[in-house]
Design a protein around this ligand. Structure first.
Ligand code: ADP
Ligand code: MG
Length: 263
Protein backbone atom coordinates (compact mmCIF):
# COMPACT_ATOMS: atom_id res chain seq x y z
CA UNK A 1 0.00 0.00 0.00
CA UNK A 2 2.76 2.45 0.92
CA UNK A 3 4.44 1.46 -2.34
CA UNK A 4 1.56 3.00 -4.31
CA UNK A 5 2.37 6.20 -6.17
CA UNK A 6 1.04 9.10 -4.10
CA UNK A 7 -1.69 11.30 -5.53
CA UNK A 8 -0.88 14.06 -3.04
CA UNK A 9 2.75 14.81 -2.37
CA UNK A 10 3.82 17.33 0.23
CA UNK A 11 7.50 18.07 0.30
CA UNK A 12 9.49 20.08 2.84
CA UNK A 13 6.53 22.35 3.53
CA UNK A 14 7.19 25.39 5.72
CA UNK A 15 4.80 28.04 7.04
CA UNK A 16 5.62 30.46 9.85
CA UNK A 17 3.41 33.00 11.59
CA UNK A 18 5.72 35.61 13.03
CA UNK A 19 8.25 33.60 15.01
CA UNK A 20 6.12 30.45 15.15
CA UNK A 21 6.93 27.71 12.65
CA UNK A 22 3.41 26.32 12.41
CA UNK A 23 4.48 23.82 9.73
CA UNK A 24 8.18 23.06 9.85
CA UNK A 25 9.71 21.03 7.01
CA UNK A 26 6.85 18.54 6.62
CA UNK A 27 6.88 15.88 3.89
CA UNK A 28 4.38 13.09 3.24
CA UNK A 29 2.27 11.51 0.52
CA UNK A 30 -1.25 10.11 0.24
CA UNK A 31 -2.07 7.43 -2.34
CA UNK A 32 -5.40 6.89 -4.11
CA UNK A 33 -7.75 4.86 -1.90
CA UNK A 34 -5.65 5.51 1.19
CA UNK A 35 -7.07 6.99 4.42
CA UNK A 36 -4.40 8.94 6.25
CA UNK A 37 -5.01 10.55 9.64
CA UNK A 38 -3.13 13.70 10.60
CA UNK A 39 -3.02 13.89 14.38
CA UNK A 40 -1.20 15.90 17.01
CA UNK A 41 -1.85 18.05 20.06
CA UNK A 42 -3.56 21.42 19.82
CA UNK A 43 -1.43 23.91 17.92
CA UNK A 44 0.64 21.15 16.26
CA UNK A 45 -0.02 22.59 12.81
CA UNK A 46 -2.78 20.32 11.46
CA UNK A 47 -5.12 23.07 10.27
CA UNK A 48 -2.23 25.05 8.81
CA UNK A 49 -1.19 21.95 6.89
CA UNK A 50 -4.72 21.52 5.51
CA UNK A 51 -4.90 25.17 4.54
CA UNK A 52 -1.58 24.99 2.70
CA UNK A 53 -2.92 22.05 0.69
CA UNK A 54 -6.33 23.57 -0.13
CA UNK A 55 -4.92 26.96 -1.07
CA UNK A 56 -6.22 29.02 1.85
CA UNK A 57 -2.60 29.69 2.81
CA UNK A 58 0.55 30.25 0.76
CA UNK A 59 3.59 28.19 1.87
CA UNK A 60 6.81 30.03 2.75
CA UNK A 61 8.67 27.22 1.02
CA UNK A 62 8.22 23.64 -0.02
CA UNK A 63 6.07 21.92 -2.61
CA UNK A 64 2.55 20.54 -2.83
CA UNK A 65 1.69 18.45 -5.85
CA UNK A 66 -1.39 16.60 -7.01
CA UNK A 67 -0.84 13.79 -9.47
CA UNK A 68 2.57 15.23 -10.27
CA UNK A 69 1.39 18.80 -10.93
CA UNK A 70 2.25 21.61 -8.52
CA UNK A 71 -0.76 23.15 -6.76
CA UNK A 72 1.02 25.28 -4.15
CA UNK A 73 0.06 28.92 -4.53
CA UNK A 74 -2.99 28.28 -6.71
CA UNK A 75 -6.30 29.86 -5.71
CA UNK A 76 -8.55 27.63 -3.55
CA UNK A 77 -11.16 27.42 -6.30
CA UNK A 78 -8.57 26.24 -8.83
CA UNK A 79 -7.31 23.61 -6.40
CA UNK A 80 -10.92 22.49 -5.85
CA UNK A 81 -11.41 22.34 -9.61
CA UNK A 82 -8.43 20.01 -9.89
CA UNK A 83 -10.08 17.55 -7.55
CA UNK A 84 -9.26 18.53 -3.98
CA UNK A 85 -12.51 18.36 -2.05
CA UNK A 86 -13.33 18.94 1.58
CA UNK A 87 -16.25 18.29 3.83
CA UNK A 88 -18.16 21.39 4.81
CA UNK A 89 -20.80 21.71 7.45
CA UNK A 90 -24.19 21.92 5.76
CA UNK A 91 -24.75 25.69 5.77
CA UNK A 92 -27.53 26.93 7.99
CA UNK A 93 -29.23 28.52 4.98
CA UNK A 94 -29.56 25.10 3.39
CA UNK A 95 -31.20 23.55 6.41
CA UNK A 96 -34.66 24.33 5.04
CA UNK A 97 -33.88 22.57 1.75
CA UNK A 98 -34.58 18.89 1.46
CA UNK A 99 -31.77 16.38 1.72
CA UNK A 100 -31.95 15.50 -1.97
CA UNK A 101 -32.01 19.18 -2.99
CA UNK A 102 -28.78 19.74 -1.05
CA UNK A 103 -27.10 16.95 -2.98
CA UNK A 104 -28.59 18.20 -6.28
CA UNK A 105 -27.12 21.65 -5.59
CA UNK A 106 -23.70 20.11 -5.09
CA UNK A 107 -24.00 18.11 -8.33
CA UNK A 108 -25.19 21.19 -10.19
CA UNK A 109 -22.30 23.30 -8.97
CA UNK A 110 -19.83 20.54 -9.84
CA UNK A 111 -21.18 20.09 -13.37
CA UNK A 112 -21.58 23.81 -14.03
CA UNK A 113 -17.91 24.13 -13.34
CA UNK A 114 -17.09 21.37 -15.79
CA UNK A 115 -19.59 22.33 -18.48
CA UNK A 116 -20.00 26.03 -17.99
CA UNK A 117 -20.44 26.66 -21.72
CA UNK A 118 -23.15 24.08 -22.01
CA UNK A 119 -26.15 25.43 -20.11
CA UNK A 120 -28.32 22.61 -21.43
CA UNK A 121 -26.38 20.40 -19.04
CA UNK A 122 -28.17 21.97 -16.11
CA UNK A 123 -30.94 19.49 -15.41
CA UNK A 124 -31.61 18.92 -11.78
CA UNK A 125 -29.50 15.78 -11.39
CA UNK A 126 -32.25 14.22 -9.35
CA UNK A 127 -31.43 10.65 -10.36
CA UNK A 128 -27.75 11.05 -9.60
CA UNK A 129 -28.58 12.66 -6.24
CA UNK A 130 -30.93 9.80 -5.40
CA UNK A 131 -28.23 7.28 -6.34
CA UNK A 132 -25.71 9.02 -4.09
CA UNK A 133 -28.16 9.09 -1.19
CA UNK A 134 -28.80 5.40 -1.72
CA UNK A 135 -25.04 4.76 -1.55
CA UNK A 136 -24.72 6.55 1.79
CA UNK A 137 -27.80 4.81 3.18
CA UNK A 138 -30.10 7.83 3.22
CA UNK A 139 -32.49 6.87 0.42
CA UNK A 140 -35.44 7.02 2.79
CA UNK A 141 -34.98 10.63 3.91
CA UNK A 142 -34.35 12.40 0.59
CA UNK A 143 -37.47 14.54 0.75
CA UNK A 144 -37.09 15.64 4.35
CA UNK A 145 -35.74 19.10 5.17
CA UNK A 146 -32.14 18.80 6.35
CA UNK A 147 -33.13 20.63 9.52
CA UNK A 148 -35.24 17.66 10.64
CA UNK A 149 -32.44 15.10 10.36
CA UNK A 150 -30.62 13.52 13.27
CA UNK A 151 -27.14 14.98 13.70
CA UNK A 152 -25.41 11.82 12.49
CA UNK A 153 -27.47 11.86 9.30
CA UNK A 154 -26.52 15.50 8.65
CA UNK A 155 -22.86 14.47 8.82
CA UNK A 156 -23.64 11.72 6.31
CA UNK A 157 -25.29 14.28 3.98
CA UNK A 158 -22.07 16.29 4.21
CA UNK A 159 -20.20 13.23 2.98
CA UNK A 160 -22.64 12.77 0.07
CA UNK A 161 -22.19 16.45 -0.86
CA UNK A 162 -18.41 16.08 -0.81
CA UNK A 163 -18.63 12.97 -3.02
CA UNK A 164 -20.93 14.79 -5.47
CA UNK A 165 -17.91 16.86 -6.45
CA UNK A 166 -16.02 13.69 -7.43
CA UNK A 167 -12.85 14.63 -5.55
CA UNK A 168 -9.59 12.78 -6.15
CA UNK A 169 -8.31 13.94 -2.76
CA UNK A 170 -10.72 14.55 0.10
CA UNK A 171 -9.68 16.67 3.10
CA UNK A 172 -11.85 15.95 6.13
CA UNK A 173 -11.52 18.10 9.20
CA UNK A 174 -12.90 16.13 12.13
CA UNK A 175 -15.65 14.45 10.12
CA UNK A 176 -17.21 12.85 13.20
CA UNK A 177 -17.00 15.81 15.61
CA UNK A 178 -19.93 15.89 17.99
CA UNK A 179 -21.20 12.43 17.11
CA UNK A 180 -21.93 9.59 19.52
CA UNK A 181 -19.22 6.88 19.51
CA UNK A 182 -21.35 4.27 17.74
CA UNK A 183 -22.41 6.69 15.00
CA UNK A 184 -18.78 7.72 14.53
CA UNK A 185 -17.67 4.19 13.77
CA UNK A 186 -20.52 3.75 11.29
CA UNK A 187 -19.76 6.99 9.44
CA UNK A 188 -16.05 6.22 9.19
CA UNK A 189 -16.77 2.71 7.98
CA UNK A 190 -19.07 4.11 5.31
CA UNK A 191 -16.45 6.70 4.33
CA UNK A 192 -13.84 3.96 4.13
CA UNK A 193 -15.96 1.77 1.88
CA UNK A 194 -16.94 4.59 -0.49
CA UNK A 195 -13.48 6.12 -0.87
CA UNK A 196 -11.89 2.68 -1.40
CA UNK A 197 -14.46 1.91 -4.11
CA UNK A 198 -13.75 5.20 -5.82
CA UNK A 199 -9.99 5.28 -5.23
CA UNK A 200 -10.21 8.62 -3.45
CA UNK A 201 -7.23 9.67 -1.33
CA UNK A 202 -8.30 10.91 2.12
CA UNK A 203 -6.45 13.07 4.62
CA UNK A 204 -8.38 13.63 7.83
CA UNK A 205 -7.88 15.19 11.24
CA UNK A 206 -9.67 13.70 14.17
CA UNK A 207 -9.46 14.12 17.90
CA UNK A 208 -11.04 10.80 18.71
CA UNK A 209 -8.23 8.28 19.02
CA UNK A 210 -10.61 5.33 18.70
CA UNK A 211 -11.71 6.59 15.27
CA UNK A 212 -8.12 7.19 14.20
CA UNK A 213 -6.80 3.81 15.25
CA UNK A 214 -9.78 1.87 13.93
CA UNK A 215 -10.13 3.53 10.53
CA UNK A 216 -6.85 5.04 9.32
CA UNK A 217 -4.56 3.08 7.00
CA UNK A 218 -1.70 5.28 8.12
CA UNK A 219 -1.20 7.92 10.78
CA UNK A 220 0.96 11.05 10.60
CA UNK A 221 1.84 12.65 13.92
CA UNK A 222 2.63 16.35 14.10
CA UNK A 223 4.14 18.08 17.12
CA UNK A 224 5.13 21.75 17.10
CA UNK A 225 4.94 21.84 13.33
CA UNK A 226 7.16 18.82 12.79
CA UNK A 227 6.27 15.36 11.63
CA UNK A 228 7.51 13.15 14.45
CA UNK A 229 6.09 9.82 13.27
CA UNK A 230 4.37 8.21 10.31
CA UNK A 231 3.19 4.64 10.03
CA UNK A 232 0.50 2.03 10.48
CA UNK A 233 -1.74 2.40 13.56
CA UNK A 234 -0.04 -0.44 15.47
CA UNK A 235 3.41 1.09 14.97
CA UNK A 236 2.23 4.56 15.95
CA UNK A 237 0.55 3.27 19.08
CA UNK A 238 3.86 1.83 20.28
CA UNK A 239 6.06 4.71 19.15
CA UNK A 240 7.81 6.18 22.21
CA UNK A 241 8.02 9.69 20.72
CA UNK A 242 4.29 9.70 20.05
CA UNK A 243 3.47 8.47 23.55
CA UNK A 244 5.72 11.16 24.93
CA UNK A 245 3.90 13.91 23.02
CA UNK A 246 0.43 12.65 23.84
CA UNK A 247 0.54 11.28 27.31
CA UNK A 248 3.95 11.95 28.76
CA UNK A 249 4.02 8.23 29.50
CA UNK A 250 1.93 5.12 29.14
CA UNK A 251 0.11 3.71 26.19
CA UNK A 252 -1.85 5.66 23.62
CA UNK A 253 -5.36 4.57 24.46
CA UNK A 254 -7.69 3.61 21.67
CA UNK A 255 -10.67 4.69 23.76
CA UNK A 256 -9.79 7.95 25.41
CA UNK A 257 -9.09 11.12 23.45
CA UNK A 258 -5.50 12.02 24.19
CA UNK A 259 -4.79 14.80 26.63
CA UNK A 260 -4.43 18.05 24.75
CA UNK A 261 -5.86 16.59 21.57
CA UNK A 262 -7.55 19.11 19.36
CA UNK A 263 -11.30 19.67 19.44
P1 ADP B 1 -3.75 22.63 15.00
O1 ADP B 1 -4.75 22.66 13.90
O2 ADP B 1 -2.89 21.40 14.99
O3 ADP B 1 -4.37 22.82 16.33
P2 ADP B 1 -2.80 25.11 13.85
O4 ADP B 1 -2.34 24.77 12.49
O5 ADP B 1 -4.12 25.73 13.97
O6 ADP B 1 -2.69 23.83 14.79
O7 ADP B 1 -1.75 26.09 14.53
C1 ADP B 1 -0.33 25.85 14.53
C2 ADP B 1 0.38 27.03 15.15
O8 ADP B 1 0.27 28.15 14.30
C3 ADP B 1 -0.18 27.47 16.50
O9 ADP B 1 0.87 27.91 17.28
C4 ADP B 1 -1.10 28.60 16.12
O10 ADP B 1 -1.23 29.51 17.19
C5 ADP B 1 -0.37 29.24 14.95
N1 ADP B 1 -1.28 29.85 13.97
C6 ADP B 1 -2.17 29.20 13.21
N2 ADP B 1 -2.81 30.05 12.38
C7 ADP B 1 -2.32 31.28 12.64
C8 ADP B 1 -2.55 32.59 12.10
N3 ADP B 1 -3.45 32.79 11.13
N4 ADP B 1 -1.84 33.61 12.62
C9 ADP B 1 -0.93 33.41 13.57
N5 ADP B 1 -0.64 32.21 14.11
C10 ADP B 1 -1.32 31.16 13.66
MG1 MG C 1 -6.82 22.85 14.01
Amino acid sequence: MTAAVPLLEVSRLVKAFGGVRAVDDVSFGVAPGELVALIGPNGAGKSTCFNLINGQLLPDSGAVSLDGGSIAGLAPREIWRRGVGRTFQVAATWASMSVIENVQMALLSHHRQLYRFWPAAAPMYRDQAAALLEQVGLAGVGDRPCATLAYGDVKTVELAIALANEPRLLLMDEPTAGMAPRERGALMQLTRRLVKERGIAVLFTEHSMDVVFAHADRILVLARGQLIASGAPAAIRDDPAVREVYLGSGRLSADAPAAGATR
